[in-house]
Design a protein around this ligand. Sequence first.
Ligand SMILES: [Cu+2]
Length: 305
Amino acid sequence: MRKSLIFRVLSGVLFCSILGLIGVGLGAEAQSVNYGLQAAATDSAERGHSFHDMLLYIITGIVIFVTVLLLIVILRFNAKANPVPSKTSHNVMLEIVWTVIPVLILIIIAVPSMKLLYKNERIENPEMTLKVTGAQWYWIYDYPDQGEINFTSYMIPVKDVDPAKGEKKLLSTDNKVVLPVGTNIQLLVTSGPADVIHSWAMPSFHVKIDAVPGRMNHAWFRINKPGVYFGQCSELCGKDHSFMPIEVWAVEKAVFEEWAARAKDDVDKAQEWIQTYHNPASGGGGGAEALPAEGTSEGGIEGNG
Ligand SMILES: [Cu+2]
C-alpha cells in the first residue's frame, strides 16, 4: 500500500520533470533561453525587479525550511520509526514563535511593497501625456500636449515582417509609439465606448494597466535609455487578443520634438521619417546598446499573451 503510494508520487515527479525538460528544450530550439525578467528600462522597473528578487530569496528560504520539516516528519515520525506517538497537544512557546515569525516576514514584505505601490501610483511632475485607447484589435494613441497627434497602431502581418529593419514577428507594429527618454510621461489608458477590456502592458517599463471602457486609468513612467521596447495586450479581449502588440521607440528629446512637429502635420510622413532616419533597432537614435537582445528580450513575453 505505502510502496504503491511512494511509487505514484515518484513517477509523478519524474513525469513532470520530463515535461519541463521537453519544454525547455523546445524553448531553446526556438530562441536562446532567457532567465529572469526583461531588462529594466525605467527606475520603477528596477525597483520592481529588486522587490521581485527579495521575494525570491524569502520564498526560497521558506520552501527549503518547510521541505526539511516534512522530511523530518516523514523519516522520524512514521509508524515504524516511532510506534508510540507523543500525546502532546499544546506548546505555548512554539505557538508564539510560529505566529510571530510569519507576521515579521509579512511586515518585511509589506513595507517595500507599499513603497513601490506609492511610487508607481504617484505621477511626479508629468512633463507630457500619452493617451492610450484599446480597441478590438489595435491600439489608438493620442499626444494631447503635442498638438492633437492621433494615430492607430496595428501589428505588422507575419508575412510582411522584415528582420533587416529590426522587425519582430507578432511584436512589431506599423505605427510606432514614439516617446522621449528622460521625461516623466503620464499615461492615460481607456478603451473604446463600445469595446471590451484590454490591458496595456510593457514589462521593461514595469507598467501593466487595464484599458476599461468608460473609465480612465493612469500610470506613469520615465524611460532611461533609447531603444525599442515591446509589450502586448494582457487582458483576453477576443479572437485577435494575441495580435495587438505594443512597440515603443524611445528616442532622444530633440528627435522626439522633431517627430512631433512633423506628426502634427502628417502622422504617416512622420512615421516614415522616424523609421527611415532614427530607427533605434538599426543603431539610429543613439539606442544601439539597448537592442536587440536586452530591451526586447522575448523571454517574458509568453507570460503576457
Ligand atoms: Cu486587447
